[in-house]
Design a protein around this ligand. Structure first.
Ligand code: BG6
Length: 440
C-alpha cells in the first residue's frame, strides 16, 4: 500500500497514521498481523499536478514490485472532484498505469456535481484509462444488506409474486441518519442531501428492487442499469408536487443538543443547502407501472435507518383500526424484515390490531464491511457491484432538473428540528397524494 499526497510524511509517519486508524476502528487488533501488514505500507509525497512526482511514484512502485509475478496496481482516489483531472492525467503520463502489474482505478461517488461535470470527468477518465480499468464506487453497492435487496427477491419467488402494480399501493425508500456534517462542511454545503444521497445510493436501492432477475450474476450490472433507466419524474403542474426539501434547525439528537445547519462551522448563515429531501418517482417497468416510489433522506433525523417499505393495496375496506398490509426490508439501523398483517380483536364488532411478523436480517458467513468487500473485488477484477458510466449518466439526467428546481430561491426550504422526522410539510406533501404521511 502506497500513500500519495502533498502532506509532509514518510514511510514511518504514514505507517503510524495507518496503525492509529486501525486501532481506532477495529475492535480487536491482531498486533502480529498488523506489524507484518505495516511492512507493506509506504508513502510518497507529491503534488497532484506534477507529472515528475508521478514518474518518481512509478519508479518506487517498480522497486517494490521487483520479483512479483503479476499483481495489481489499484489507485484509490479519495480526493475532491476538482483534482480528478490532474491525477488521472499524471497517473497515465507519469507511467503509473503502465507498470508490469495490471492497473485499476477506483473513483468514489459523487462522480461530478451535474451531468455536465460528470461528462467532463468521464472524458478525462476515458482519455487516461480504459473502461475496464475504471471502478466507480458507490459504497452502498458494497453493503451486504443492499445487495440482499436483489438476492431476497431472487431467493424468494413468493416476493416476486407480490411485487406488482396491481397489489402495491406505494413504495418508500428511506435513508435517515442522526449524523450531521461530521467535519465535511466544505463538501456538503455545495452538495446537499439531494445530490449526496439520491444521485447514487437511493436510486441504486430503487434499481435493485425493480430490476429484472438474472440467470447469471454477470448480467446484474446491465439489469440494474435498465431498471434505473425506467424511472422518471411524474408529470405535474409544478415540481413542488414531486419534490420537497428541508434544512435542520437546532434540536436534540440522541440526548445531545445540537446546533442548526446554518450555525454549523463552515456553513453560510444564509445557506439554502438542503439537509432533507423527499422525491416522488414512477417506473415504466410493466410490473411497477403507476406505483409511486417515495425516496426520502435526511441528516440530523431521529434515528439511523435505511429502509424499503412496500405498502400493499387494501382492495376493500377491512374494518375499524385496520391498516394496509406492508413489508419492510430494513437494511441499516435495526436491520430486519417485517411483515405487517392484522388480526381481529375480541368483541362482536370487527375491529383490528396489527400483527407484525419480524426477524432480524444479519449477515452471516464471510461478512466484510462495504469498502473492504469492494476493494477486494476491485483487486480481483470483479466490477459487477461498481457503477457503470451509463448508470451514473442516467442518474444525473434524473437529478439535474430537480437540483435546478431545488436551487431556485423561489422553491421552499422548510425547517425541521434536529432529532425529528423531517419537516411536517413533507408529511402534508405526501397526504396530497392520498397517503397519511410517511411510514414509520
Ligand atoms: C455518503 C454520504 O455517501 O453516505 C454521507 O456522503 C452519508 O453524507 C453516508 O452520511 C451514509 O452512508 P452510510 O453507510 O452511513 O449509510
Amino acid at each position: 500500500m502506497m500513500g500519495f499526497s502533498r502532506s509532509d510524511m514518510n514511510d514511518e509517519s504514514f505507517r503510524k497514521l495507518v496503525s492509529d486508524a486501525i486501532h481506532q476502528h477495529v475492535l480487536e487488533v491482531n498486533e502480529k498481523v498488523l506489524e507484518e501488514f505495516l511492512t507493506h505500507v509506504f508513502y510518497h509525497q507529491g503534488a497532484y499536478d506534477k507529472k515528475e512526482d508521478f514518474v518518481a511514484l512509478d519508479a518506487k512502485l517498480d522497486d517494490i514490485e521487483k520479483g512479483w509475478n503479476g499483481g495489481v496496481r489499484l489507485a484509490y482516489l479519495s480526493v475532491p472532484p476538482t483534482v480528478f483531472t490532474d491525477i488521472s492525467k499524471n497517473l497515465d503520463e507519469g507511467g503509473v498505469t503502465k507498470g508490469n502489474a495490471a492497473f485499476r482505478v477506483i473513483v468514489e461517488k459523487p462522480v461530478g456535481t451535474s451531468l455536465k461535470t460528470f461528462e467532463d470527468i468521464e472524458k478525462q477518465l476515458k482519455t487516461s484509462f480504459t473502461d475496464e480499468q475504471v471502478y466507480l464506487l458507490d459504497h452502498y453497492l458494497g453493503k451486504e444488506s443492499v445487495r440482499n435487496i436483489y438476492f431476497l427477491r431472487h431467493a424468494n419467488p413468493i416476493l416476486e409474486r407480490l411485487f406488482k402494480n396491481t397489489l402495491i399501493h406505494r413504495v418508500e425508500l428511506t435513508a435517515s441518519e442522526p449524523a450531521g456534517l461530521e467535519g465535511r462542511a466544505g463538501y456538503f454545503e455545495h452538495t446537499g442531501t439531494f445530490r449526496d444521497m439520491f444521485q447514487s445510493h437511493l436510486l441504486m436501492m430503487a434499481s435493485l428492487l425493480t430490476m429484472r432477475l438474472m440467470e447469471t450474476e454477470e448480467s446484474i450490472g446491465h439489469s440494474r442499469r435498465d431498471a434505473l433507466e425506467q424511472f422518471y419524474i411524474p408529470p405535474a403542474s409544478s415540481l413542488n408536487d414531486i419534490v420537497i426539501q428541508g434544512q435542520y434547525t437546532g434540536g436534540e439528537v440522541n440526548g445531545e443538543t445540537v446546533v442548526g445547519y446554518k450555525d454549523e462551522n463552515g456553513i453560510d448563515k444564509n445557506s439554502r443547502t438542503n439537509t432533507f429531501t423527499a422525491l416522488k418517482l414512477l417506473s415504466r417497468t410493466s410490473r411497477w407501472q403507476g406505483v409511486p416510489f417515495y425516496l426520502r433522506s435526511g441528516k440530523r433525523m431521529s434515528k439511523k435507518e435505511t429502509r424499503i417499505s412496500i405498502e400493499f393495496q387494501e382492495p376493500h375496506p377491512v374494518g375499524k383500526n385496520s391498516t394496509h398490509n406492508r413489508l419492510d426490508i430494513i437494511l441499516q439501523g435495526e436491520a430486519g424484515m417485517k411483515f405487517f398483517l392484522q388480526t381481529k380483536i375480541g368483541g362482536s364488532e370487527p375491529e383490528y390490531r396489527p400483527l407484525i411478523m419480524s426477524d432480524p436480517l444479519v449477515c452471516m458467513g464471510d461478512c466484510l464491511p462495504e469498502h473492504s468487500l469492494l476493494l477486494l473485488e476491485a483487486i480481483n477484477g470483479k466490477n459487477l457491484w461498481f457503477l457503470t458510466f451509463e448508470e451514473v449518466r442516467t442518474a444525473w439526467k434524473l437529478i439535474d432538473p430537480i437540483q435546478t428546481h431545488l436551487e431556485d430561491p423561489k422553491t421552499p426550504l422548510y425547517g425541521y428540528a434536529a432529532g425529528s422526522h423531517g419537516p411536517k410539510e413533507a408529511d402534508e406533501w405526501l397526504s396530497t397524494d392520498g397517503h397519511t404521511g410517511f411510514l414509520s
